[in-house]
Design a protein. Structure first.
Length: 227
């Protein structure tokens, strides 16, 4: 149907992209799935869910990725992914015993940092939508982000990938800074954009580039001032 597409897929996607340095195959799987789920691109999910499992992403982590992205990409996008993953778990013999039981024991929270974040959001948006501010505080940051099925670094990588893939530039600055505070390196963040370009399109990646550039510059400036 498309010989050129087949050629690019074989030579670049399979032959080069997935073996580039700075992102592990596991990380590339996480970024790719975040992009596919954010854009509800179910046609690619069966292959890349299986690739992720082969690359060391655990069933618990896959389930947590979908749950996390329900908040950042919408419930319907998450349920599209659930329908695909259900068949893969069945085919691989992955049952409930390999998934976390609810309720989970949450990770500890940095109360000082969270209090500052919550106060800033309250001041800026409390008069716009107090309900959204309350859910953001209590459900997103005092519950979702503290679930133990993913590391903070991986949650951040998933979040930023989904934001870039779905063109949500206004949210990238905060979450990319949070990702780098959680251990994502500049080289890894840069390579994430390369991966996103192939799975969400060049415009998605390039639209995020000015924001990412500013985050990198600001962090270098702050690091220089601190030194």
């Amino acid at each position: 149907m498309s010989p050129a597409l087949a050629d690019y897929t074989q030579k670049i996607i399979a032959g080069d992209l997935w073996s580039r340095p700075h992102l592990s195959a596991r990380d590339r799987s996480i970024v790719t799935l975040a992009a596919l789920i954010a854009r509800a691109q179910t046609i690619g999910m069966p292959h890349y869910f299986n690739v992720a499992l082969d690359n060391g992403v655990t069933p618990t982590e896959l389930s947590e990725i979908i749950t996390h992205l329900a908040f950042y990409s919408g419930w319907s996008s998450a349920f599209f992914a659930v329908e695909v993953l259900k068949g893969i778990y069945s085919a691989r013999g992955i049952g409930p015993d390999q998934l976390p039981e609810e309720p989970v024991e949450h990770l500890p929270i940095d109360e000082e940092s969270e209090a500052l974040r919550a106060a800033t959001v309250q001041e800026n948006f409390g008069e716009v939508s107090q309900g959204l501010v309350d859910y953001t505080r209590e459900v997103v940051f005092r519950d979702l982000w503290l679930r133990p099925g993913l590391t903070a670094r991986d949650r951040s990588l998933i979040t930023v990938s989904a934001l870039v893939a779905s063109g949500q530039q206004a949210q990238i600055t905060y979450h990319l800074n949070r990702a780098m505070d959680n251990g994502l390196t500049q080289a890894q963040a840069s390579e994430m954009l390369v991966q996103i370009a192939y799975y969400s399109g060049w415009p998605s990646a390039f639209s995020a580039m000015p924001v990412v550039k500013d985050v990198f510059a600001d962090r270098r400036k702050r690091a220089g001032s601190a030194g």
